[in-house]
Design a protein around this ligand. Structure first.
Ligand SMILES: C[S@@+](CC[C@H](N)C(=O)[O-])C[C@H]1O[C@@H](n2cnc3c(N)ncnc32)[C@H](O)[C@@H]1O
Length: 230
């Protein structure tokens, strides 16, 4: 039977990277779990409605579908090279009415330099399953661009795949994954003037880390999320 645009298509059984708006960004079986745990991490770290937030590689709004209604109007910013994913996310997850009410901003770009051109300052940034697909060259560029766009009390949370060895691949790698040593990521964070802490927070496959500006207030999570020594 032909699927109408109103039918819910969850993409269950498809592989990450397949051309379905949920499957393209990861295993469709975890679409809800990633959204819920990421949203809970951000709010536990202190994300409030008045904050501005950057969603790096926002894809099909898996996380945006929770953040956009939560944040005040005009406070959600997504950067994403694949415009079709954002369009599908709007059509299938949040609807045009919410876009009109909350006025999110989307930058259709794969380049960290877009951030400096946009001239927006963020309280929080999130990069879910982005550094697991970037070479160290691209991670360094994203950390530098994000750090310059964060307010002095701001922070980025990002996932990555830890390993004993650094991948030597460069640029964007997809849908394959790349792994890095904690100490390598800590060094890149330091170069970008960010404090690196590995976070004990649920994720089905990856590791969460905090990249905090010097004045980020960690009070909210001390005791709730134990930082692990890199
Ligand atoms: C694994 S998906 C994660 C999407 C989203 N963060 C989530 O958790 O649902 C990776 C996303 O990064 C986007 N992307 C592609 N090239 C990129 C680049 N150079 N930098 C950042 N993101 C990129 C992809 O289009 C895709 O939407």
């Amino acid at each position: 039977m032909k699927e109408s645009s109103n039918d819910e298509s969850l993409g269950l059984g498809l592989k990450p990277g397949d051309s379905h708006y949920r499957a393209y960004v990861g295993p469709p079986e975890d679409f809800d779990l990633i959204a819920a745990t990421t949203f809970n991490l951000l709010t536990t770290l202190g994300l409030r409605q008045q904050h501005s937030l950057l969603d790096v590689g926002c894809g099909s709004l898996r996380i945006g579908r929770l953040l956009i209604p939560y944040l005040n109007k005009g406070k959600y910013f997504g950067i994403e090279p694949n415009e079709w994913l954002v369009k599908e996310g709007i059509k299938r997850e949040i609807g045009e009415t919410l876009v009109q009410i909350k006025d999110p901003t989307f930058f259709f770009s794969d380049s960290p330099t877009t951030l400096s051109r946009a001239g927006v300052r963020f309280d929080f940034a999130v990069a879910q399953s982005i550094f697991s697909h970037c070479g160290l060259d691209l991670i360094a560029q994203w950390l530098s661009g994000i750090s310059q766009s964060l307010v002095e009390t701001g922070a980025l949370v990002a996932t990555f795949l830890p390993s004993e060895q650094d991948s030597t691949r460069t640029g964007w790698i997809y849908p394959e994954c790349v792994n890095f040593r904690l100490s390598t990521l800590e060094n890149l964070a330091t170069e970008a003037n960010l404090r690196f802490e590995v976070l004990n927070w649920k994720h089905p496959r990856q590791q969460w880390a905090l990249f905090a500006k010097p004045k980020f207030n960690a009070e909210w999570f001390s005791g709730a999320i134990h930082a692990i020594k890199p």
